[in-house]
Design a protein around this ligand. Structure first.
Ligand SMILES: CC(C)(COP(=O)(O)OP(=O)(O)OC[C@H]1O[C@@H](n2cnc3c(N)ncnc32)[C@H](O)[C@@H]1OP(=O)(O)O)[C@@H](O)C(=O)NCCC(=O)NCCS
Length: 184
């Protein structure tokens, strides 16, 4: 397994990992559209230079860490180009997409970057998450980014265990989500 920069050829595998990291995807077409628009496509399409993958012996991406280095830049492009992909009549999903970035706005001065990380189930707990995070953080430090944050579902035991173990600081818990940050 190697950790390497994201390449355009990884796109479909990265999207597959996004939808299947918690087991075979059971989402509806609308759920898939939502997950890709909110958690995946912005990063690989707009900031591919801030994305890394874990690739197997056939150079196939089985895990990724994807990131924006600046929340304000992200927000402008997300709201104008990705948010509209969730149809207007899908009120619940639209609200949820905007709610998902509220903590990022709140913490953006100290933690302007944010990330998403996922590994296919059969490759979890092999150290790939740690290795990918090491690579991303080194990359961001070289760029002078001062902090990175993320949010996760409050009951996500795997994710929360991982962030605690890596050394992220728990910034806040809301009704549904836990917010973590790391100064660089
Ligand atoms: C969270 C995740 C990215 C971690 O990547 P990873 O490559 O498995 O992590 P590492 O092997 O580097 O680190 C292992 C640590 O992560 C946590 N972890 C990873 N897989 C776990 C699992 N199946 N059950 C419980 N904890 C798990 C534990 O803290 C573990 O340490 P331990 O083995 O000593 O208990 C990965 O497990 C994953 O994709 N999970 C499903 C999707 C998800 O929750 N993504 C994060 C969304 S915010």
């Amino acid at each position: 397994m190697i950790i390497r920069p994201y390449e355009p050829k990884d796109k479909e595998n990265v999207r597959f990992v996004c939808l299947n990291s918690e087991g075979p995807c059971k989402s509806s077409a609308r759920g898939i559209n939502f997950s890709l628009a909110v958690y995946c496509d912005y990063y690989i399409e707009k900031e591919p230079e801030n994305c890394f993958v874990a690739a197997d012996e056939n150079d196939k991406a089985v895990g990724y860490i994807i990131c924006t280095e600046n929340f304000d830049v992200f927000k402008g492009r997300f709201v104008s180009e990705y948010y509209p992909k969730i149809k207007k009549w899908e009120y619940r999903r639209r609200k949820s997409a905007l709610r998902s970035i509220v903590p990022h706005e709140k913490y953006k001065e100290e933690y302007p970057a944010h990330l998403h990380i996922d590994v296919l189930p059969e490759y979890q707990r092999m150290g790939l998450g740690h290795k990918m995070t090491d690579v991303l953080l080194e990359h961001l430090k070289k760029k002078g980014v001062k902090g990175i944050m993320l949010t996760t579902w409050i009951k996500n035991e795997k994710g929360r265990g991982f962030y605690d173990k890596y050394g992220f600081t728990l910034l806040e818990e809301t009704k549904n989500c836990a917010v973590y940050g790391l100064k660089l």
